[in-house]
Design a protein around this ligand. Structure first.
Ligand code: SAJ
Length: 429
């Protein structure tokens, strides 16, 4: 093949299909045999607009083969996960190592290895390079080696793959040039190359850290605004009319598999995380803050029925990784148990009645309720994801079905004018 993509997840699968649809002979490789079988049967488990059709097109053209064996290939692209241990805050690079080990025996002079996975600075050179060089190859001489971070936004992956600028950092200039020749085939915007691999890794991380830290600032501003009786959204919008101010939006916390994780990668070989670590703590604290606001309205959350609307990590996606809605549900559960969870359990009290709803999430294990079930007799509703479906909720219907009248709109997607015509207490962050 000309391109082998290692890891067929959120990034690898669309990337493999992209190269195939631009005429390359592509093998998509994954160690998960079940996933390989599924994809060969035309099944795509990732909920991403347009992805199924895009992958089907690639498979039907014959340009994309899905396999559980690594072929020799002119280009190997590593798109495997790099999970963070949430206790130790250390990244697990074992999948990256495994990929490099699987590639090494297939390498021929002139081949190119590209690491796309998000990694701590230095990983391409310190972890991948030595594995590839074990059989006597010299990276930069005999083979090309680069880091080319992905930067696509879930929900808009196919478009952003083509339209976002790319950064390619090679172990030397020849490596970079080899990778540029490949990405040029579909990237419509700038490919930036004046960096080494470690800088490319660093840049990816500071992009996501920038967003996370700015959301933390917005979250703190929202809490301050509430104390002063100011509408945070209105204040932020007005502040952003200044030519050099661009505040982000507050919310119930920061979810997904990138923003809550990548900032910690910067602490891999440095002790300098300070503001960045505080920002993480502020964002992680938002679930607790939302529960505080609920308790202020309801007195207590114990023995109340509370519906969490939106357990995806953000609007219009079905992905629940590090979901603020689920974190809020956990926090509510914990708070409802009060100081003596054992006592509550012994009494046989149901400490809280939680109902979860999400029109985009299909995960059976979450035991989601229908919208009607969620709202029926609820004391409070909390909107935690900005799904389009929630924008058009009918306030009169909701009011009629609820037992209480508290609605917390953490994403400011409900139409305030329509809701103010009811007796519902609409709380916004
Ligand atoms: N969020 C806020 N306030 C905001 C913006 C976002 O609370 O103003 C929340 C969202 O609700 C969500 C979380 O932040 O819970 C993350 O969502 P997101 O849309 O900011 O980002 P992701 O995680 O879907 O994708 C990010 C993107 N990074 C940047 O925009 C810098 C994407 O371009 C990256 O490719 C992706 O991470 C990645 O793979 O690293």
């Amino acid at each position: 093949s000309s391109v082998c993509v290692h890891g067929l997840g959120y990034i690898g699968l669309p990337t493999a299909a992209m190269f195939a649809n631009y005429g390359h002979d592509v093998v998509g490789f994954d160690v998960d045999e079940e996933l390989v079988a599924e994809l060969n049967g035309g099944e795509v488990r990732i909920d991403e607009p347009g992805l199924r059709a895009f992958v089907t097109q690639a498979l039907e053209s014959g340009q994309l083969l899905i396999d559980d064996e690594v072929p020799s290939s002119k280009y190997h692209i590593i798109c495997v996960p790099t999970p963070l241990d949430r206790e130790t805050r250390r990244v697990d690079l074992s999948y990256v190592r495994q990929s490099a080990k699987a590639i090494a025996p297939e390498l021929r002079t002139g081949d190119t290895v590209i690491l796309e996975s998000t990694v701590p600075p230095g990983t391409t050179v310190d972890t991948v390079q030595p594995i590839l060089e074990r059989d006597g190859f010299d990276a930069g001489e005999d083979i090309a080696l680069v880091h080319c971070p992905e930067t696509v936004l879930p929900g808009n992956i196919i478009t952003e793959l083509r339209e976002n600028d790319r950064i390619i950092g090679g172990v030397n200039g020849v490596s970079t040039e080899a990778a540029v020749r490949l990405y040029e085939s579909f990237v419509e915007s700038e490919i930036r190359t004046m960096v080494d691999a470690t800088t490319a890794e660093f840049v990816k991380l500071i992009q996501n850290t920038y967003r996370d830290a700015n959301i933390a600032l917005a979250n703190e501003i929202a809490k301050l605004a509430a104390d002063y009786g100011v509408d945070s959204r209105e204040a932020i919008e007005l502040a952003n009319t200044h030519p050099r101010v661009e505040l982000h939006q507050p919310g119930p916390g920061v979810g997904g598999h990138c923003l809550p994780i990548d900032p910690w990668f910067l602490g891999h070989d440095s002790d300098e995380l300070d503001l960045i670590a505080r920002a993480r703590a502020v964002n992680d604290g938002m679930a607790g803050y939302v529960v505080d606001r609920l308790e202020a309205e309801l007195g207590t959350v114990s023995e109340r029925k509370i519906a969490v609307l939106g357990v995806a990590y953000k609007g219009n996606v079905g992905d629940t990784r590090m979901s603020p809605g689920l974190t809020l549900a956990d926090e509510l559960q914990e708070r409802a148990l009060g100081e003596s969870p054992l006592e509550a359990r012994a009494d046989g009290d149901e400490p809280i009645h939680l109902s979860l709803h999400d029109p985009h999430v299909t995960d059976q294990a979450l035991a989601l309720d229908s919208f009607d079930e969620a709202v029926a007799d609820a004391d409070a509703l909390v909107v935690t994801a900005d799904h389009t479906e929630y924008e058009s909720l009918d306030p009169a219907t909701v009011e009629r079905r609820m037992a209480g009248n508290v609605v917390v709109d953490t994403k400011t997607i409900l139409d305030e004018t329509a809701w103010s015509a009811t007796d519902i207490e609409l709380i916004r962050l």
